[in-house]
Design a protein around this ligand. Structure first.
Ligand SMILES: Cc1ncc(COP(=O)(O)O)c(C=O)c1O
Length: 436
């Protein structure tokens, strides 16, 4: 199809300055491995696994074949009162990767749905235990938990909230952990574990039995990669356990190998009560999200309900869609066969060396990273975030796709990246940021 301004108008693009895009469209028409191609055939290196979605690289034939075969065999079945084998197999596959005991899996279609589903699981769990008065949620400044009403209310990024007003009552935000003392530190920051005490203060403020759950991204991704201070997540876990508060790790970015382990929970040795995931679950080839739930939570909700009726009045038409399950199973098989999480760990030092080397550029304000995830923050231009948007365009024009948020470029290469891919990524970043 020929691209004209006329036919670009009708698609209202998400999280995009529509008028700018439509004046200067930056389209992709193909992808393979580490590269996208634009309509002219120019190749663009993918520095962000699309949007943290495709760690096994683009257009994997095994995934395409599995989806095609599924669509020819059983294209759709409701997941309410009906099942299909792929859903159960994929739940087993996910549960084999999550920490022991967090092994019941509820499927949905995105990270946002996973977050709102997890909020409802937490509420239903407390109601089933006769603690329905627990209806506060705690999250964190600078958090990103998707765009549904619950997740937007949990979110701690002002631009994602301020258009929509009050959203939901009863949400308390921990302070974020981006501290000047940890500037340019690599991996877990040395300072800031005591910020977890904010949770204790909320307990003191609203009551010992009022908070349902705490949502945190183990590494806050979309805000520009904030790696937690050493001891911080452990302290949150302790306080949650002491007061019967559920700890939810939002692993939508960290999950499936980004830290070098299957999940950040595994990497940091902390077992949350619920985990949300999406994106790399299907290598981005089908929309899918999931919530992994501790056995005791599943048992409490299911066993408290009278028989003969659904125990949890929640679910999506496309929960556990057969094609998404097929993509998920094929993806997990690739991760296993090619040992891609171990590959991410092996490549991490090389990648982080290349990213931290950018700190000598005058315009670089900070570099943060862990595993195969890094944020390079540039000093603000005329308005906060303006340089980030401009930089994203400059990088694209030089042949590198990365996500930017505010004045942060967020790099998350696929785990199949070669050292040469990392070198090229670093060179393009250096050339573009070097212009400031
Ligand atoms: C931590 C986190 N939670 C939730 C989401 C929302 O996921 P989705 O865009 O699939 O709804 C994202 C998306 O980037 C995310 O990073």
């Amino acid at each position: 199809m020929e691209t004209t301004l006329e036919n670009l108008e009708r698609h209202w693009m998400p999280f995009t300055p529509n008028r700018d895009f439509k004046r200067q469209p930056r389209m992709f028409v193909r992808a393979s491995g580490m590269y996208y191609s634009d309509p002219s055939g120019r190749r663009v290196l993918d520095g962000s696994s699309g949007l943290f979605c495709s760690p096994a690289g683009h257009c994997r034939p095994e995934i395409a074949a599995a989806v095609a075969e599924q669509l020819e065999t059983l294209d759709f079945t409701p997941s309410f009162l009906r099942g299909h084998p792929g859903a159960f197999a994929l739940a087993d596959g996910v549960a084999a990767l999550t920490p022991k005991g967090v092994d019941h899996v509820f499927f949905c279609n995105s990270g946002s749905e996973a977050v709102d589903t997890a909020m409802k699981v937490a509420l239903a769990y407390h109601i089933a235990r006769n603690e329905g008065q627990r209806n506060y949620f705690v999250s964190r400044e600078r958090a990103y938990h998707g765009v549904n009403i619950g997740g937007t209310a949990l979110s701690g990024m002002v631009r994602n909230r301020d258009t929509f007003g009050a959203l939901m009552p009863g949400i308390l935000h921990l302070r974020h952990t981006l501290l000047p003392e940890n500037r340019l530190s690599r991996g877990l920051g040395a300072k800031g574990a005591e910020l977890a005490e904010d949770l204790q203060r909320f307990v003191n403020l609203v009551g010992e039995k009022r908070i349902a759950a705490v949502f945190v991204e183990p590494i806050a991704g979309s805000t520009g990669v904030i790696v937690p201070p050493r001891g911080y997540l452990e302290r949150l876990r302790e306080i949650c356990t002491r007061y019967g508060i559920l700890l939810v790790f939002d692993e939508v970015i960290c999950g499936f190998g980004r830290t070098g382990a299957a999940f950040a929970a595994n990497e940091f040795g902390i077992t949350p009560d619920l985990m949300t995931m999406a994106k790399a679950l299907t290598n981005g080839a089908q929309p899918m999200g999931a919530v992994a739930v501790r056995d005791s939570i599943y048992r409490t909700i299911v066993d408290a309900a009278p028989g003969g009726m659904p125990e949890f009045f929640h679910g999506y038409t496309y929960s556990a869609h057969p094609a998404a399950c097929a993509a998920g199973l094929a993806t997990l098989a690739i991760y296993e066969r090619e040992q891609l999480f171990a590959r991410a760990r092996e490549l991490s030092d090389y990648f982080l060396d290349a990213m931290y080397a950018l700190q000598d550029l005058p315009a670089v304000a900070d570099v943060r990273g862990f595993g195969l995830l890094a944020g390079v923050e540039v000093k603000p231009g005329k308005a906060p975030g303006a340089r980030g948007v401009e930089l994203q365009g400059k990088l694209f024009d030089r042949g590198l796709h990365v996500k930017t948020t505010g004045d942060n470029a967020i790099m998350a290469p696929a785990f199949i990246a070669s050292r040469a891919d990392i070198d090229l990524m670093a060179q393009i970043l250096r050339d573009a940021i070097g212009e400031y």
